[in-house]
Write a new protein. Structure first.
Ligand code: FAD
Ligand code: FES
Ligand code: FES
Lengths: 278, 939
């Protein structure tokens, strides 16, 4: 790892960490990234592993999507992430694609971002000189823009174990002509107190703005309320309002907004049902 | 160069590779393991899948050096791997098995069609059953989600994987006929039996050779400089820098074409190399041959071309405006096609109901998984050989010879296996270019397109605009149909004239309509050319007319199936072009069989069933499609059958095997007529030196014409044998029976090999060549028999629409096809399912997007075709209304299956949610908007 960081700072800004390569190599094959030097992270142990530590789940940046799918800690403490991993690309890509690669690539449609946002994740960035933690929400700046510096690596990602009486869900809308990329995706996490009132709500949206984002206003209306049809409908409406989609070949902005409302509503209903029948 | 040490199929290998090389390239080009295919180089198609340390990877994007020290397993290593496992497990006969159970089950179960995807699919499946020894259908769908089979034999693949998994678990061999097929007539000795195609073993072991799998000593690699402008004048081309690059052996431009500057299947309007102007983005401007592909690619960037952009023509309606820029000097109209029958004005006057609407269909892409490849080889005797996966070898030869300015006899075209064609490999791709470069350099030259180039360059399915007006009496009788079609044939004619003619003649549907008027304008534009694509124009017009038939049924308040049945073509009716149908019209039976099946499932199929925000409903459509070229074109095919003294036979014909199973058809016809076991017949296809001309592999014609040629050649040979035997054994020839590889004559059993020897002794060769001429057809407009046969179909689709998201899914398909006679039910079923899944893609996902001459769909990732996930349950019903002239009664199958599927699906969508689809593919986005607005139609 030390060597990788040294190479990065030496080649900066022309160095390019190479993880699973499912973005990078495919882009190279169609002629991009010429003149850059690749720093292969493939075998770095420091970037692997899924653990529970001090109330957190911590995963290495080099964790593959397949590993997410197989690990009981993810199944138990990150339901939306697990659901997202299950519909991610295809089994071949899942074996190679890494979490850090997905987040650093910073596509507005990156499928792991909404579930990690809904989990309230933070990312760890390290360089030869420093280590810093930033919340994922801050980390993502815009289309293919993040806070990462050319000499930094994303070593790990962590989130607090969701409390008891919590539930989450993820869904993406695809099946479009023209492209395999999500038209939109959404993830929710909710937790209730013993009286059934919502004490935590996070709603995250993908492919609906230049970067995946949280629908804070929608989350607010759920706070302190029992999770019931009316509140859920209102939250879904506000989530759709938070979306700032564009129209492109994959879908019109209007469609994306409308369906955001439908999907967020369905996910919240699904989560509230999971709470009732754990 | 870096050294790479890996174990490949259990053998330690040590090779020097460049850092930028990928595993697929190392396997194929350095180690000669060409069983692993390359279809896209973008991790999209899965044909390059191999196992690295047991994990399946897309080897096209797997840097070779990542495999340092790893264990790699490819299709070539699968059988040895199984033998080792079988030995470990002490299975009986372990050392004798030639195939892994997956390979065996794929072969027996008829999963391979063109075969190009099969190595990747099998390797993905191997990884799956290593993990899950008893995979469910769902497990298979998940594992194979993005491992495409464009021939779409998905249910065969699923069955084969489950059968193989069982065999691996239990150690028992794969059963000979792994699963049930729809009922067909009682088979003859060979005809009518579900036999594996002769090339099937090669296709499951990776031995099957496609063009890029050939390698010749001192072979150069070629690339093409594409225009990158949709319409522009070429002011200057400077190739000096490219020529000066070390390793470049030739750079050719239009000035270097010695013979005819243009090629074209019907009209020679397509420059081999553009000299004065370019008409679409993919036009070829220069070609390069170099020592390596990398050098050739680098040299492309060194050619300087100055263009003066010209105004664009981007759609066929604009193209017809008087002030539109001209794509070709003679104007933009390729052809105005007319169909006239009766008097439509009177027909509409008699109608109680008149409906009129406009439909649109997009360009679509064949997306055959094997990109185009050709190799040109100068021969020591001065001739030139071209290897290419072509649908029309003899016409390739003629076109190559014309451009070279050489006699045809100088050229030999050898057809390799084809990794999917679907009509997209009829036009010239690289075959002329490699011939020019081979002549220029004196060395073998290979031209392989990458996926990007393939998508940009080759002809598509025509985008159309179809206006249709339909009149009927209150009782449902059709009185008149009038259509106006615009077809976008792009920059060059290709088969545009023929395709749009078929669209036009079929535009009033398979119905008995007294008054018909159809006008079609096939227009040149600056879009990529449009040409042949499975369905050949009928796909487009069937969508329009079948949507209208459902609308008419609703307007009249009658059942859509009953309405179709009432108006259906049957014996004694006259088609829209004035052809009296005298036999073999199975449409009514198709409708009845589908109707009966639906009734067994539900009593009100057309009514939506709501559950939550989702609604399900059925929809249906009918269709017909000609067999053969028709329209007065002479339609003939030749085959030669030879019997050897060892008792085997060979049948030779230039017809192409594009996955449809023609190899099996000709072998079966030969075996049937000679009374030989099927396994004793070898087939040699597509070689202009060795096989007689069978004409183009198009228009669903080969089973009919070449099946007949093979049948009649074999019969002629049998008669010759009979004459010889009759004399020797003193029995009249008609008393001699040929069966089980023997001639039974006067109490003797003479093995056929012996009979061949007898013929030779008499100084006669035991072979026969037969040129079969299909019945004469008449040109459009003369009112005679425009076609010698039609196949018919009725299909129904059950669809689920999510009213809140606009998403539509096909749950199941029920289909009845009248194909005359099922020669091989296994191959037939593959064609039927594959065709229907293509129709599903056409309805829901496929669109080749061009915006203002710019191509959006220039990567495979941007073209969504149905994967195993989309593949619904299919119930297939075979109707065998024999046609007298067809081989054993058979008609064409290749195209009909894909025709009614699209409108059956869109009609089901209407029945589910009340919105009519006026434009393909169904856009979930627009569908939702229409639902919210309460619109009845979505454009
Ligand atoms: C066929 C196909 C299907 C796909 N489907 C999906 C899908 O369904 N959903 C989806 O979201 N994405 C999809 N993708 C995109 C891609 O697979 C994912 O974004 C994947 O997570 C990228 O991970 P990787 O390890 O392959 O990244 P790489 O390609 O190796 O790297 C991507 C970027 O991240 C940087 N990087 C990687 N690791 C680190 C690190 N530890 N620290 C700092 N920088 C790093 C690289 O420098 C590069 O800029 C698909 C791609 C393909 C080819
Ligand atoms: S996925 Fe590798 S060739 Fe298509
Ligand atoms: S057999 Fe699968 S692509 Fe042809």
């Amino acid at each position: 790892m030390g060597e990788a960081l040294a190479q990065l700072s030496e080649h900066a800004p022309q160095g390019n960490p190479l993880a699973g390569g499912t973005n990078l190599v495919v882009e190279m094959r169609v002629g991009r990234h010429q003149g850059k030097s690749m720093v292969d992270l493939g075998r770095l142990k420091e970037l692997r592993g899924i653990q529970a530590q001090n109330g957190h789940i911590v995963i290495g940046g080099g964790t593959t999507v397949s590993e997410l799918l197989k690990h009981p800690l993810i199944a138990d403490h990150a339901v939306p992430l697990c659901q997202s991993a299950a519909v991610f690309a295809n089994p071949l890509i899942r074996n190679r694609a890494t979490v850090a690669g997905n987040l650093v690539d910073a596509s507005p449609a990156a499928d792991l971002a909404p579930p990690l946002l809904a989990l309230g994740a933070e990312v760890e960035l390290v360089s030869r000189e420093h280590t810093r933690w930033v919340s994922l929400d801050e980390f993502m700046v815009g289309v293919r823009k993040t806070l990462i510096q050319p000499d930094e690596l994303m070593r790990s990602i962590r989130w607090s174990k969701p409390p008891k009486r919590s539930a989450g869900a993820f869904y993406k809308v695809g099946l479009r002509k023209a492209d395999a990329i999500s038209v939109l995706s959404a993830a929710v996490m909710v937790a209730c107190d013993t009286s059934g009132r919502c004490k935590l709500a996070r709603i995250a949206l993908g492919a609906l703005a230049p970067r995946p984002l949280r629908a804070y206003e929608a989350e607010d209306v759920l706070q302190g309320q029992p999770l019931q049809a009316e509140g859920i409908a209102e939250a879904a409406r506000l989530a759709a309002e938070a979306a700032r989609p564009i129209s492109d070949i994959r879908g019109t902005a209007e469609y994306r907004k409308r369906v955001t409302e439908v999907i967020v509503r369905r996910l919240l209903v699904q989560a509230s049902e999971a709470l009732e029948h754990p | 160069m870096v050294s790479l040490k890996v174990s490949v199929n259990g053998q330690d290998v040590h090779v020097e590779v460049r850092e930028s090389e990928y595993l697929a390239e190392v396997l194929r080009y350095r180690l000669g393991l060409t069983g692993t295919k390359i279809g896209c180089n973008e991790a999209e198609c899965g044909v390059c899948t191999v196992l690295v340390n047991g994990t399946p990877v897309d080897s096209c994007v797997y840097p070779a050096l990542k495999a340092q020290g790893a264990q790699v397993l490819t299709i070539e290593g699968l059988a040895p791997d199984w033998r080792a496992e079988a030995k470990r497990r002490k299975l009986e006969g372990a050392s004798a098995v030639d195939l892994h159970p997956l390979q065996d089950a794929f072969a027996r179960g008829g999963a391979p069609q063109c075969g190009f995807c099969i190595p990747g699919v099998i390797m993905t499946a191997k990884a799956l059953i290593d993990q899950k020894p008893d995979p469910s259908e769902q497990d298979i769908k998940v594992a194979l989600k993005d491992t495409y089979c464009r021939c779409a034999g998905y249910s065969f693949i699923t069955n084969a994987i489950q059968t193989a998994a069982q065999s691996v678990r239990t150690g028992r061999p794969v059963p000979p006929e792994p699963f049930a097929l729809p009922g067909t007539k009682t088979p003859l000795n060979v005809i009518g039996r579900p036999l594996p195609r002769p090339d099937v073993v090669a296709k499951v072991t990776g031995e099957a050779k496609y063009a890029d799998d050939y390698h010749f000593p001192s072979m150069l690699h070629a690339r093409t400089l594409r225009a990158g402008h949709a319409h522009a004048r070429i002011k200057r081309i400077d190739t000096r820098a490219a020529k000066a690059l070390p390793g470049v052996r030739a750079v050719l431009t239009a000035a270097d074409v010695p013979g005819e500057p243009n090629h074209g299947l019907v009209y020679a309007d397509w420059p081999a190399l553009c000299g004065d102007k370019v008409r679409y983005l993919g036009d070829a401007v220069a070609i390069i041959a170099a020592d390596t592909r990398e050098i050739a690619s680098q040299a492309l960037g060194l050619i300087e071309v100055d263009y003066e952009p010209l105004p664009l023509v981007t759609n066929p309606v604009q193209a017809r405006q008087p002030d539109a820029p001209h794509v070709h000097e003679a104007g933009n109209l390729l052809k105005h096609i007319k169909v006239r029958k009766g008097d439509v004005d009177q027909g509409f006057a008699e109608a109680d109901v008149v409906l009129e609407r406009e439909f649109r269909t997009p360009f679509t892409e064949h997306a055959f998984l094997e990109p185009e490849c050709a190799i040109g080889i100068p021969e020591p005797n001065g001739r030139l050989t071209v290897y290419v996966g072509s649908q029309i070898p003899y016409q390739d030869r003629a076109q190559i010879a014309a451009c070279l300015g050489e006699p045809e006899a100088n050229i030999r075209v050898i057809g390799t296996l084809i990794g999917g064609g679907f009509g997209g490999k009829e036009d010239i791709a690289g075959q002329i270019h490699v011939a020019l470069l081979a002549r220029a350099t004196g060395q073998p030259v290979k031209m392989l397109y990458d996926r990007h180039e393939s998508l940009t360059f080759h002809p598509k399915r025509h985008a159309t605009i179809i206006r249709i007006k339909l009149g009927a009496k209150r009782d449902g009788t059709l009185t008149a149909v009038q259509t106006e079609l615009y077809g976008d044939t792009g920059a060059y004619a290709s088969l545009g004239d023929k395709v749009m003619t078929r669209a036009t003649t079929h535009s009033a549907g398979p119905y008995n309509v007294p008054n018909v008027k159809a006008d079609c304008y096939a227009m040149y534009t600056n879009n990529p050319p449009a040409g042949a694509f499975r369905g050949f124009g009928v796909t487009q017009s069937a969508f329009a007319v079948e949507s209208m038939m459902d609308w008419l049924a609703e307007t009249l308040g009658v059942d859509p199936l009953t309405l179709r049945r009432q108006n259906a073509l049957r014996v004694g009716t006259v088609t829209n072009t004035g052809q009296l149908l005298r036999e073999s019209v199975g449409l009514v039976e198709c409708l009845d069989r589908v109707g009966a099946h639906l009734q067994s499932l539900t009593c009100e199929p057309w009514r939506g069933v709501v559950s939550g925000s989702r609604v399900r409903a059925w929809g249906m459509a009918a269709g017909y499609k000609n067999t053969g070229l028709g329209g007065g074109a002479p339609d003939k095919s030749a085959a030669e059958v030879e019997l050897f003294v060892d008792g085997t036979a060979e049948v030779r014909t230039s017809a192409a095997e594009i996955g449809q199973g023609l190899v099996g058809v000709v072998a079966m016809c030969t075996a049937e007529e000679l009374g030989l076991p099927y396994q004793h017949v070898k087939v040699l296809l597509s070689d202009t030196d060795l096989t007689p001309d069978a004409g183009p592999t198009t228009a669903s014609r080969q089973t009919y014409v070449t099946g007949n040629a093979a049948r009649l050649a074999a019969r002629a040979l049998r008669e010759a044998l009979a004459t010889t035997l009759a004399e020797k054994y003193d029995q009249p020839p008609e008393m001699i029976r040929f069966e089980e590889g023997l001639a039974r004559v006067n109490g003797h059993e003479v093995p056929l090999g012996e009979a061949a020897r007898l013929m030779k002794r008499e100084g006669r060769e035991p072979k026969a060549l037969y040129t079969y001429w299909a019945p004469q057809t008449q040109p459009l407009g003369t009112g005679g028999d425009m076609h010698f046969a039609f196949s018919y179909a009725a299909q129904a689709a059950e669809v689920e629409v999510d009213l809140e998201t606009g998403q539509a899914h096909v749950l199941q398909l029920v289909a009845a096809h009248d194909i005359g006679r099922a020669i091989n039910p296994l191959a037939l079923e593959g064609q039927i399912e594959g065709g229907m899944i293509m129709g599903l893609g056409n309805a829901l996902t496929e669109e080749y997007i061009i915006d203002d001459g710019q191509i959006f769909t220039d990567y495979l990732a941007r073209y969504k075709m149905p994967s195993i996930k989309h593949a619904p349950k299919v119930t297939s019903i075979i109707v065998e209304d024999e046609t007298a002239e067809g081989p054993y009664g058979a008609k064409g199958v290749g195209e009909i299956a894909s025709i009614p599927t699209t409108p059956a699906i869109t009609n089901a969508i209407y029945n589910a949610c009340g919105v009519r689809v006026m434009r393909l593919p169904v856009d979930q986005d627009k569908l939702l908007l229409a639902l919210k607005r309460g619109d009845k139609e979505v454009y």
